[in-house]
Each structure stands twice: as structure tokens, then as C-alpha cells.
Design a protein around this ligand. Structure first.
Ligand SMILES: Nc1nc2c(c(=O)[nH]1)N=C([C@H](O)[C@H](O)COP(=O)(O)OP(=O)(O)OP(=O)(O)O)CN2
Length: 132
């Protein structure tokens, strides 16, 4: 299995209104580093998993919908907790949607999104693609 990872960052504000989150129940900001790993069983005819530039553009498109937003007001997170884990799942789903629109992208085996909150804490979500 081959993999390619491309990294970008984005900034958000949000609150996590559950007792478990202590001071983070209040509105606070976060700068996340998003690492998206694309997995592929066999390289394409250009001997790559995916073009790095194309992968970066795809990630930027997805993150543009989150960057500088207060996620408490974002319709996709209405009634949901925008935890690092939930954000990783959301980004993975949105990147997967874009890959499905691309003939070569449909050949991928899956992807992983790792979101780093800070150098000591991160969360990941893995998606395996069904092949019919
Ligand atoms: N599993 C997760 N735990 C926490 C998340 C998360 O997304 N997933 N998020 C937060 C807060 O948003 C923030 O990032 C950190 O809050 P904070 O209370 O400052 O940090 P800690 O929980 O590490 O420290 P405490 O000692 O509990 O205050 C929190 N947790």
C-alpha cells in the first residue's frame, strides 16, 4: 500500500458545551494542522498516489469552508460538538466526496485525516473506500 500525505492549517473558534470539557465549554480559538493521507494499492500511470498540488488544492477547498469561522454558527455543526475527532471525520468525508468526482481519485483505497491541536495532542479518522 502506498500513501501520500499533504498538510495544511486552519483557524476556527468554537465552544464545547459539555461539562467534560471544563474551560473549553466557553468560546475559544484553535489553530489546527490538518494532515491528509491518501492511500492507494497500486500507483497510477504517472507513478504517483495523487498529484501533490491537486491534493493540496482539494484540502484547501475543504478547509476554506471552516477557516476563520465560528463553528458554533456553522450549519454543518448545528447541534453537534465540533471536537477534534468530529472535525477530522468531517474533513475526511468532504475530501472523499471530492475524490469520488475524479476518475483517478476513485482508484484510491482510502484516506486518513489527522488533526493536530498542538504538538502534544491530535486525533485521526480513517476512511476505507468501497470498491464495486
Ligand atoms: N478528545 C478531545 N478532548 C478535548 C477536545 C477535543 O476536541 N477532543 N477539545 C478540547 C478543547 O477544545 C481544547 O482544545 C483544550 O481544552 P483545555 O481544557 O484547555 O485542555 P485540556 O482538556 O487538555 O486540559 P484541562 O486540564 O482538562 O483543562 C478539550 N478536550
Amino acid at each position: 500500500m502506498f500513501s501520500l500525505t499533504v498538510r495544511r492549517h486552519f483557524m476556527i473558534a468554537h465552544s464545547l458545551p459539555r461539562e467534560a470539557f471544563g474551560p473549553a465549554q466557553g468560546l475559544h480559538g484553535a489553530t489546527f494542522v490538518a494532515e491528509v493521507t491518501f492511500r492507494r494499492r497500486a500507483l497510477n500511470e504517472d507513478a504517483i498516489v495523487l498529484d501533490i498540488g491537486a491534493a493540496g488544492s482539494m484540502i484547501e477547498e475543504v478547509l476554506a469552508g471552516l477557516n476563520y469561522r465560528n463553528l458554533d454558527d456553522h450549519p454543518d455543526f448545528a447541534g453537534k460538538l465540533s471536537t477534534t475527532e468530529a472535525l477530522a471525520q468531517y474533513i475526511a468525508g468532504a475530501v472523499a466526496d471530492r475524490l469520488r468526482e475524479d476518475t483517478d481519485g476513485r482508484e484510491l483505497a482510502g484516506l486518513d485525516v489527522t488533526l493536530r491541536e498542538n504538538p502534544d495532542a491530535w486525533a485521526s479518522y480513517a476512511l476505507e473506500f468501497d470498491r464495486d
